[in-house]
Design a protein around this ligand. Structure first.
Ligand SMILES: [Zn+2]
Length: 117
């Protein structure tokens, strides 16, 4: 399986997809499911992530190191935190969710946080 970065023509719905062929990656992508037009979806090879095909996802920490950003998965009193986090924010990555820090992680809800060990 090969890794492709799929996105629609506006650069939204970016997603890493593992597939044997470019066409499969497109059909499998969120961008295609949202847009419905095959021609509007781009798939760019990401050979550096091929090694994660077996586990089916690229670890968030790896993506952060590569310059990706994620919304904080945690909660604050008023609801989802959703802060945009890059490597510079030194976010916490727990169970493949990204948090600004301990406070957001603890408020995420016990059902979503599994303490390892
Ligand atoms: Zn947060």
């Amino acid at each position: 399986m090969k890794c492709y970065l799929t996105q629609n023509k506006d650069g939204e719905y970016q997603e890493l997809v593992f597939a044997e062929k470019r066409s499969q990656a497109i059909l499998q992508s969120e961008a295609y499911q949202w847009d419905g037009e095959y021609i509007n979806v781009q798939a760019t090879r990401k050979p550096e992530y091929d090694k994660y095909a077996e586990q089916g996802y690229v670890p968030k920490q790896v993506l952060l190191n590569d310059g990706w950003w994620f919304e904080c998965y945690g909660r604050k009193a008023f609801g989802r935190c959703c802060k945009a986090l890059t490597l510079e924010d030194s976010p916490l990555v727990v169970n493949e969710h990204v948090y600004c820090g301990k406070e957001c992680l603890e408020n995420a809800g016990s059902e979503k946080v599994i303490v390892e060990g």
